[in-house]
Design a protein around this ligand. Structure first.
Ligand code: C2E
Ligand code: MG
Ligand code: MG
Ligand code: MG
Length: 284
């Protein structure tokens, strides 16, 4: 029942099967098996900054979960993350990811020749709102010996605004424990400026919908400019997601965006390749 879609991607079910409910019902036990039998794995996408000499360098990575289903092939996160959010299994997926990312950091720290950079982990709304989340994370990190300063937590703007008071409380706890914090997909939700000002965060990640074709869309340019200016006046750094083209990058650089992520620099890659990515050296 798997079907090829374009570049060798295999869908869990043929797209002709319209019944979303049935799809999700079948996916649930399959995902359960994936979590317990290690069909999940992580890829890492570099976050890049430009130094004073004009060179780009990786300053961290975002861990992105992948599912290799032995029966159907790769299942895209765009497919199984929303399903896992609906079924509640996202909490288990995220715990798997937290453990795997922390274990990878611990491994890198053991290798004397590896320069260890911070790793960002996506935290779903369901996990973030659970009272056990902070203690679970603390237990995982403490038993690993990895410094919390090497871990960044990405919370989507949508998740952050579900319950602003609780978000503020949880972010403060995480900050006190030394984690770095980012608001993901910024611009797609409706954050209140009053709260944003109080959130103890480090980064705003500008959603890729604003980045795409920003160099040819004057309205997006205005929005991106405003987001960056607002972030800077709040003392936050901005990261642009989904930078694919050189013109997009140049427009973002002109507007003082601090960091970049996207296929222009690198797709998400296996941990084994993280030390040796080649970044474009200088922009004109
Ligand atoms: P996100 O956190 O906003 O992650 C960025 C997504 O953009 C990733 O998709 C990444 O592969 C993709 N991307 C990066 N550069 C480019 C680019 O230049 N062009 C385009 N078109 N896309 C780019 P991915 O890996 O498919 O993940 C999709 C979403 O699924 C993520 O969005 C995140 O919300 C969620 N996700 C992924 N891993 C996890 C996880 O471990 N836990 C949770 N809760 N969510 C996850
Ligand atoms: Mg993210
Ligand atoms: Mg994002
Ligand atoms: Mg996004």
């Amino acid at each position: 029942h798997a079907k090829n879609e374009g570049r060798g991607r295999v869908s869990f079910f043929a797209k002709s099967m319209q019944d979303k409910v049935q799809f999700r019902v079948a996916l649930k036990p399959a995902l359960q098996k994936a979590i317990t039998e290690d069909e999940l794995f992580l890829l890492y996408q570099p976050k890049v900054e430009r130094s004073a000499d004009g060179r780009f360098r990786a300053v961290g990575y975002e861990a992105l979960v992948r599912w290799n289903n032995p029966e159907t092939g790769m299942v895209s996160p765009g497919e199984f993350i929303p399903a896992a959010e609906d079924s509640g299994q996202i909490v288990e997926v995220d715990r798997w990811v937290m453990k795997a990312a922390v274990a990878q950091l611990a491994q890198w720290l053991k290798e004397p020749q590896t320069q260890v950079l911070p790793v960002a982990i996506n935290v779903s709304a369901a996990l973030f709102s659970r009272s056990e989340f902070v203690d679970d994370l603390r237990a995982i990190v403490e038993s690993s010996g990895v410094p919390s300063s090497l871990i960044e937590l990405e919370i989507t703007e949508h998740a952050a605004i579900v319950d602003m008071e609780n978000t503020l409380k949880t972010l403060r706890e995480l900050r006190a424990m030394g984690f770095r914090l980012a608001i993901d997909d910024f611009g797609t939700g409706y954050s209140s400026l009053a709260y944003l000002r109080e959130f103890p965060i480090d980064h705003l990640k500008i959603d890729l919908s604003f980045v795409r074709d920003v160099h040819i869309d004057p309205q997006k340019q205005g929005l991106v400019k405003a987001i960056i200016a607002m972030a800077h006046s709040l003392g936050l750094k901005t990261i642009a997601e989904g930078v694919e083209g050189r013109e997009e990058l140049e427009l973002l650089l002109t507007n003082d965006c601090d960091a970049f992520q996207g296929y222009y620099f690198s797709k998400p890659i296996p941990a084994s390749e993280c030390g040796r990515i080649k970044l474009p050296s200088v922009t004109a």
